[in-house]
Design a protein around this ligand. Structure first.
Ligand SMILES: Nc1ncnc2[nH]cnc12
Ligand SMILES: [Zn+2]
Length: 336
């Protein structure tokens, strides 16, 4: 199984670049910029990564991101993740970043966008890495701040084709951001939103009906509402599911209780993703492996989910077609 997971060309559609900050780079940058952290070594950081819910994680995630200051920091962060894509055979990735986490600390759009896009361009040149950027609004902040962020991003829209919505879900429903998502749509941007991670199925309905999203991030609580499942299937609406994240943040007590295969069996277009891999103990391939070990994910199910990753991506149709055929080739080579 490990061999097949590795050999298949894959997508990653739900990945926060700030969530790839490895403890070693965090420490190195904290020293470089003299940012005070409550840790002195990698072990102390790893010990702190014991979360009881989304908010307890977000508190450490925003603290960690405070070491990202200059353009080279953002380049390094993105470059390390793109190297991981190469290593794990992730041929196409759609990467979220949180501008407000940085602009609120006085870091300019120019600084992080230049670092990110330089790394993305280098990876494209060196091994043909395909990447898109998703600019995510922080939902614990006001809609006006999201609108200000969209306006600040206007000079960079050549590099940003998608907007998203993340951070503390409970108490910050999608409806709070209907105006800014309408503005993003009017600019020709595609839209995604975290919904139904900790929040109820109602938030998924709102993301569909009020934000008019093209994809749902997480969405696992959809299983509480049969009418919603029926709608997701009818719309072929992709869900970007993040198994290790869901168990680390106690959305499910145990991987054995994860509902991704039930959703797959009901024909929901589920995909597998790593969310914040340096905080949750695994990158993409480790997420697939965890599903195999806990839920008995079969080779056929693996291939179906990997194909969903391309179908649910924002790649042009001809690229999707190309990769779906490549998967069939690998399948024929490896499977008995
Ligand atoms: N899993 C998650 N949910 C909401 N916001 C996030 N930001 C980074 N990871 C997140
Ligand atoms: Zn996420």
């Amino acid at each position: 199984m490990e061999k097949l997971i590795q050999a298949l060309p894959k997508t990653e559609l739900h990945l926060h670049i700030e969530g790839t900050l490895e403890p070693s780079l965090m420490l190195e940058l904290s020293r470089k910029h003299k940012v005070n952290l409550p840790y002195t070594n990698v072990e102390e950081i790893q010990k702190a990564y014991n979360f009881e819910d989304l908010q307890s994680f977000l508190d450490l995630y925003y603290l960690g991101a405070s070491v990202l200051v200059d353009e080279d920091d953002f380049y390094q962060l993105m470059w390390q993740y793109l190297l991981k894509c190469k290593e794990q055979n992730i041929v196409h990735t759609e990467i979220m970043f949180d501008p407000q986490t940085h602009t609120l600390r006085g870091i300019t759009f120019e600084t992080f966008m230049t670092g990110f896009t330089r790394a993305i361009e280098d990876a494209k040149q060196q091994w043909g890495q395909s990447s898109l950027l998703i600019m995510s609004f922080l939902r614990h902040l006001s809609e006006q701040e999201a609108i200000d962020t969209l306006n600040a991003a206007k000079p960079f829209l050549k590099h940003i084709k998608i907007v998203g919505l993340d951070s503390s879900e409970l108490g910050n429903p999608p409806e709070k951001f209907a105006t800014v998502f309408k503005q993003a749509k009017d600019l020709g941007l595609l839209c995604v939103a975290h919904a139904g991670e900790e929040g109820p199925a109602e938030y998924i309905w709102q993301a569909l009906n009020l934000l008019h999203v093209d994809r749902i991030d997480h969405g696992v609580r959809s299983s509480e509402d049969p009418k919603l499942i029926e709608t997701l299937v009818k719309l072929k609406m992709p869900l970007t599911v993040c198994p290790l994240s869901n168990t680390k943040l106690c959305v499910f007590d145990d991987m054995k209780q994860h509902n991704i295969l039930d959703l797959l069996n009901q024909d929901v277009l589920v995909t597998v993703n790593s969310d914040d891999p340096s905080y949750f103990g695994g990158y993409l391939n480790e997420n697939y492996l965890a599903l195999h070990e806990a839920l008995g994910l079969t080779q056929d199910q693996l291939i179906a989910i990997v194909k969903n990753g391309f179908t649910g991506s924002f790649l042009p149709a001809k690229d999707k077609q190309y990769w779906l055929q490549e998967i069939d080739k690998v399948e024929n080579l490896i499977l008995p």
